[in-house]
Design a protein around this ligand. Structure first.
Ligand SMILES: CC(C)c1onc(-c2c(Cl)cccc2Cl)c1COc1ccc2c(ccn2Cc2cccc(C(=O)O)c2)c1
Length: 232
């Protein structure tokens, strides 16, 4: 039967894509990627600044997900804390694979490779970046996949599981239809997208160990990152 989005679903996609495009890391932050020198210390500081900026962008985007602000306040915090790393891996993958302007991508990749992350985490991280790049997601799919990641009901400390599940299911229904419309020759495309969410969980576990090893080498994070990642 013919797959098409309802009026409500089209409005939902528009709201999410507008929010996704409106919230980008400011140019002055990304511009720094090209300027400063290349020591592991300098790279860590730059990435810390970008991560902090990315969290601020993420909070603004999340507030614009239809229905999010109607959730229980404490659940909103639990969802943000529980999904921040995954949303940032997704965002960094989307940014790195879409080839940022004037060589940012190579520089950014280089700085991540030389920021004190051990090889055992570097390989899965860049495999993930490659697998996201191969999907050639359109912005609707990127924005919806990020919303679905944020609206994961089984994060720690979420009380009203059902309310989050209802919101996530609404997003999943729209994404499934969009995938059929956008990739008619690839019936498995939607399943492939969801497979990336599983990979994100693994990366999130690796990230906890990355944080520990940075902290053991006496690296400092910003107050916002300490709060969202429960460190220090
Ligand atoms: C604290 C810091 C060292 C850190 O800890 N874990 C990670 C970390 C790492 Cl090392 C990888 C993935 C996720 C995290 Cl949290 C990081 C570095 O975090 C980031 C955060 C965002 C990143 C990057 C790289 C790219 N982006 C996204 C990006 C870049 C430029 C523009 C825009 C935009 O939205 O316009 C977005 C790194």
């Amino acid at each position: 039967e013919k797959v098409e989005l309802t009026k409500e679903q089209r409005a939902l996609v528009k709201a999410i894509v507008d929010a996704y495009n409106r919230h980008q890391i400011p140019q002055d932050v990304t511009k720094k990627l090209l300027q400063d020198q290349y020591s592991a210390e300098e790279n860590f500081l730059l990435l810390t600044e970008m991560a902090t900026s990315q969290v601020q962008v993420l909070v603004e985007f999340t507030k614009n997900i239809p229905g999010f602000l109607s959730l229980d306040r404490e659940d909103q915090i639990a969802l943000l804390k529980g999904s921040a790393v995954e949303a940032m891996f997704l965002r960094s993958a989307q940014v790195l694979s879409k080839k940022m302007p004037n060589g940012h991508t190579e520089v950014l990749e280089e700085r991540i490779r030389k920021s004190g992350i051990s090889e055992e985490f570097m390989t899965p991280m860049f495999n993930f970046y490659k697998s996201i790049g191969e999907l050639h997601m359109v912005q609707e799919e990127q924005a919806l996949l990020t919303s679905i990641t944020i609206l994961t009901p089984d994060r720690p400390y979420v009380k009203d599981h059902q309310a989050v599940e209802r919101l996530q299911e609404t997003m999943l229904d729209v994404l499934r239809k969009l995938c059929v419309l956008q990739h008619p020759q690839e019936p498995q495309y939607f399943a492939r997208l969801l497979g990336r969410l599983t990979e994100l969980r693994t990366l999130s576990h690796h990230h906890a160990e990355m944080l520990t090893s940075w902290r053991m080498n006496d690296h400092k994070f910003t107050p916002l990152l300490c709060e969202i990642w429960d460190v220090q």
